[in-house]
Design a protein around this ligand. Sequence first.
Ligand code: NDP
Length: 476
Amino acid sequence: MNDKQLTTSSGAPVADDNNSISAGGRGPLTFDNYHLFEKLTHFNRERIPERVVHARGAGAYGTFTLSKSLSQFTRASFLQAVGDQTEVFLRFSTVGGGQDSSDYARDPRGFAVKFYTDEGNYDIVGNNTPVFFLNDAMKFPDFVHSQKKNPRSNLPDAARVWEYWANHPQSLHQMTILMSDRGIPRSWRHMNGYGSHTFSFYNSDGARYWMKWHFKTDQGIECVMNEEASELPSHGAQQDLVDAIDRGNFPSWTVKVQIMTEAQAKTFPVNPFDLTKVWPHDLVPMETVGKLELNRNVDNYFAETEQAAFAPSNFVPGIGPSPDKMLQARLLAYQDAHRYRVGVNHNTLAVNAPKCPVHNYQRDGAMASGQDGRQNFYPNDQQDLPQPEASMAPPPLLLEEAWVQPYSQDEEDYYSQAGDLYRLLSDDEKDRLAVTIAGGLGQASKGAQQRVLGFLEKADPSYAARVGLEIASQQA
Ligand code: NDP
């Protein structure tokens, strides 16, 4: 059969792809229309559930090149030899909007990187912001509900967004970033990425360090203001990425890390495991360790980008989690989402499959392929079957406090770093920040407005004064 012959999905040649089989010109269809039935029933199943968050995005492949060995801190194989290159897949996204929303929403941007290392896939599932709105996943579903559409009208609802923030001072820092000039990136190429969480590195001597990832855009930060954003085509960021890579104008990011010892963490002036806080650069300087470049578009958006499954639990030897409470919950939630929306064997799809061999005893499940018929249990008496390697274990994590109960983080300082950011901004930026906040907060109840102004006051009195004046002037 020549390779232009149209076939059914079972490979049989198709004689007619335009006309259904009928009982005569004016008669009904017959039951031997199996080619028609295959087309219709496959079509009915072309969608999988869209992601509840990060639904809208685009991805591309590229290369990470190491410029500084991190062997002192981590045994991760791809972070040892200067010049080593690792293939990556990076997916950008907005967070709150569904697939029908705009690339130019005022919203954080997802920045998820999969490193196909020779010791397994390592995923950094981050954002374009170094912090997040909350530090306990118990609040995540409530938070996302409040930011998405009104459940009655299915319309955006600023009052609900601000009602949530008015009850959660832990959102103040991230809210300030989001309402600042950096709240709407001009494109995915023109923004930074952050791992945001604190992770652990451990070396071959079993010493552990705490670390944070930073990806600084080499294209320069560029953002758009509200008016321009409302006029841009909804697919603009996706178009920008595909076009740049097709033209050979490959976007890149300088990859940096912040690293601190376990001893430093004990006396660090801010909680180093609190996702609402950064590690100030003057206390923990950033070090450049490599370059990440995107240089290949996907061949098929659905197969690769829509089914891409990033998981914060995809670690490799030498890198692990930290006690960051939000990260801990994400270790469960992301794999769960993929099993629901893509399936239990999602890691066998080309975009998710490791480039190194996979040897495990998992078997069966929907869409199982490539599995063998050898022993499917461990331990077993077969010498040539996969065995765990004890030397791969991370060092033990010592706990200083040993009690178990719900832990309130209400006493954390959620104000100082929001104030630090506010004070970094120029007068013009501060004015625009106040206008943007007032535009949303002004639609919330008076009570919510007062509570948010109280948080701003604690961050910086002039921050509260600016926003208060702006609300009054917008409502005059
Ligand atoms: P530094 O003066 O050393 O660094 C300030 C940082 O703020 C730079 O990384 C800069 O990014 C970034 N920045 C500037 N404008 C904005 C904005 N509108 N939104 C988000 N980030 C912005 O300060 P510190 O390390 O002492 O931190 C002070 C404040 O800076 C923090 O409270 C935090 O809000 C913010 N920040 C800090 C980061 C960190 O990891 N320490 C990372 C990002 C922000 P760039 O270099 O790309 O211009």
